[in-house]
Design a protein. Structure first.
Length: 154
């Protein structure tokens, strides 16, 4: 799989992870448990860690950073799947656990298919020519006007 295709697929998978993170962040049932709060925190950290590389259009750095986060993501997904019933047997928690497990599985499958020689070539070419790419090449294809809104954390 080309680096471009992998990043496109991973962005979709990360969108699912963001929704799980948002659900858990606002779930009253887990607010008093530091171990369970580690799940949305790890999701947040992992997703935000690749954002600068995405904005620069640096596919090699994006893939390297996200692959490095995979062990932590796997750990919190396994923890959440094993312990969510201690906090709530509700279907929302069960589906969030299944979804998070699916996110990790999808990431593992994508990383297994990546052409890592192409990724290394991208990284090498970027080191040889460190000039930033043109703005239109590094920006996401479609810009959401809601991205510019200041929304306070609750």
């Amino acid at each position: 799989m080309t680096p471009e295709a992998a990043v496109a697929r991973l962005n979709t998978v990360l969108a699912h992870a963001w929704m799980i993170r948002t659900f858990l962040k606002h779930a009253d049932e887990i607010q008093g448990n530091d171990a369970m709060l580690e799940v949305p925190r790890t999701l947040y950290d992992s997703i935000r860690a690749v954002e600068p590389a995405w904005q620069r259009g640096d596919l090699a750095d994006y893939l390297r950073r996200l692959k490095g986060k995979l062990p932590k993501l796997r750990r919190v997904a396994e923890y959440f799947a094993a312990h969510f019933k201690e906090f709530s047997p509700h279907t929302n928690f069960e589906m969030a656990a299944a979804s998070l497990t699916g996110v990790v599985q999808q990431m593992e499958e994508i990383f297994a298919q990546v052409d890592w020689d192409a990724v290394r070539a991208l990284a090498t070419s970027r080191q040889a020519d460190p000039s930033p790419p043109p703005a239109e090449a590094s920006a996401p294809r479609s810009r959401d006007p809601l991205d510019d809104l200041e929304i306070p954390e609750v």
